[in-house]
Design a protein around this ligand. Structure first.
Ligand code: 13P
Length: 334
């Protein structure tokens, strides 16, 4: 795979008016989502649910790629079509979550470091053969008391950069995701400081590891007040602070930035992205890579009655894709 191919995949991921649906919940995380709507967490239910999402009519109009989990990338539709083939035929890029999740950082109580570098080269080569065009690695940064420490930020960014270099070696575009969690009572200024420090450390690490930025996508968290902060940020505050923070820390050579939804409501996630794009043009396309803000309404319907609500769940997915696609252009209206 050439550098030009990596670049063109990265650019396709953030094509105008398109974004990514994250359906890469680990089996533990999807259990939480299924429990909330009373669906048993069996392999067949996970497969059927992902089939419902991926076969949504017209999904490719606003969705450029979908992030899958290790189990999902090996699964097929009920009729026997591998999910990756279904996606590639529809022009939707298969992505794969390759980290092994966050674990406690020894010596730093309450802080986390994402693991999964051991054996990653072999796993990436296998995923490339299975059809993966891009990958995701999520680091988790918690704001609480004195945390995050510089050590936590650096350890996570070092791992993100090692992962990114291995992805590019395997011909896979790395999506690098340092998520600053919304959990906590911190205000928007504190979120800004932590996000800026994290992004600066990330791009320094990517540089040190010879990662090719033109073939890399940043998955960022928005700059906003913590969930328990008495003063919640409004749409303009989030848009202003997030854009300021990204401009201060992300090189213009990056082909695009996508956001996670992180626990925001569907409408908040769309409205915030839209407001940022209305302030454009920016050095990079700004789009979405939402998990919950793409799926939660559809999962509720599907969970109530998988057969009777199949079509309405799919139209909900299509609607969320359309709204977020418009927000990626700054053209969404409430
Ligand atoms: P949320 O949009 O639900 O935060 O999920 C996106 C994601 O993939 C986090 O890694």
């Amino acid at each position: 795979m050439s550098i030009e191919q990596l670049e063109s995949i990265a650019q396709a991921m953030v094509a105008p008016g398109k974004g990514i649906i994250a359906i890469d919940e680990s089996n533990n995380t999807i259990k939480k989502r299924f429990d909330a709507v009373g669906v048993p967490n069996t392999e067949e239910n996970r497969r059927a649910y992902r089939e419902m999402l991926l076969t949504t009519p017209g999904l490719n109009q606003h969705i450029s790629g979908a992030i899958l989990y290790d189990e999902t990338i090996r699964q097929s539709t009920k009729a026997g079509v591998p999910f990756t083939k279904l996606m590639l035929d529809a022009g939707i890029l298969p992505g794969i979550k390759v980290d092994k999740g966050p674990f406690p950082l020894a010596g730093f109580p309450g802080e986390l470091v994402t693991e999964g570098l051991d054996g990653l080269r072999e796993r990436l080569n296998e995923y490339a053969k299975l059809g993966a065009k891009f990958a995701k690695w999520r680091a988790v940064i918690t704001i609480s008391g004195d945390a995050p420490s510089g050590t936590c930020i650096e350890a996570n960014c070092h791992a993100l950069a090692r992962y990114a270099a291995l992805c590019q070696e395997a011909g896979i575009v790395p999506m690098v995701e340092p998520e600053v969690l919304m959990d906590g009572a911190h205000d928007i200024d504190e979120c800004y400081e932590v996000t800026e420090a994290t992004l600066r450390s990330l791009f320094a690490s990517l540089y040190e590891q010879n990662v090719y930025l033109e073939g890399t996508i940043l998955k960022a968290s928005m700059v906003l007040a913590g969930k328990d902060c008495p003063e919640q940020s409004d749409i303009d505050d989030v848009a202003d602070a997030t854009i300021r923070c990204l401009k201060a820390s992300v090189p213009a050579s990056l082909p695009g930035i996508v956001f996670l939804s992180g626990g925001q409501s569907d409408e908040q996630a769309t409205a915030n992205l839209n407001a940022m794009n209305q302030q454009g043009p920016h050095p990079w396309p700004l789009s979405f890579s939402y998990g919950r803000a793409m799926q939660q309404a559809a999962l509720k319907l599907w969970g109530k009655d998988m057969a009777a609500n199949f079509a309405s769940a799919q139209s909900t997915v299509a609607q969320r894709a359309r709204e977020n696609g418009l927000a990626a252009l700054g053209q969404w209206k409430k």
